[in-house]
Design a protein around this ligand. Structure first.
Ligand SMILES: [Zn+2]
Ligand SMILES: [Zn+2]
Length: 160
């Protein structure tokens, strides 16, 4: 079953957002590619995740480790904090929330992208200097349960 709302939290329908990329259309920007990678994680589109790596980086991906990691994770909120493009490279800073092994994790990342063979692709990451946004007790829980954070994952936040 395809989701109605895109798992990348763009607020758009999946059809209008990440689905075309998942079906082979080039993502129009590094941010769009990053979003499509996140929603591919949420939907378990393992082949797409591999394909979205830059050629030079793909060989270094440990497929089994990635698959195992993915199977244990359930994905929540994605917040894109900034994105930049210059020529054939781009970077996107984001926070991705996911639950794994009974804990809520925040992945705060600055991802680098390159444009090759007509597609934006993920090259590597560097740790951003900013700290992840603080969560309010009354904010909606970023695991997307629909509950307030204090009534949900507040006691199972993974320590960074
Ligand atoms: Zn999307
Ligand atoms: Zn929660």
């Amino acid at each position: 079953m395809l989701p109605k709302v895109c798992p990348c939290c763009s607020g758009q329908s999946y059809q209008a957002c990440c689905q075309p990329s998942h079906e082979g259309a080039p993502a129009p920007s590094p941010e769009a590619l990053m979003r499509s990678r996140f929603s591919a994680h949420a939907l378990g589109l393992f082949d797409y995740i591999l394909l979205s790596w830059a050629e030079s980086a793909r060989a270094g991906v440990d497929r089994e480790a990635l698959k195992g990691w993915l199977e244990r994770a359930s994905f929540g909120q994605l917040s894109v904090l900034s994105s930049q493009v210059s020529g054939t490279s781009g970077k996107v800073e984001f926070v991705a929330w996911y639950r794994q092994d009974g804990q809520l994790h925040a992945l705060h990342d600055l991802s680098h992208f390159i444009h090759e063979h007509g597609h934006w692709r993920y090259l590597n990451s560097s740790a951003p200097e900013l700290s992840a946004p603080k969560l309010g007790r009354n904010d909606p829980c970023p695991c997307l349960s629909g509950k307030k954070h204090k009534q949900c994952c507040i006691n199972c936040l993974a320590t960074p």
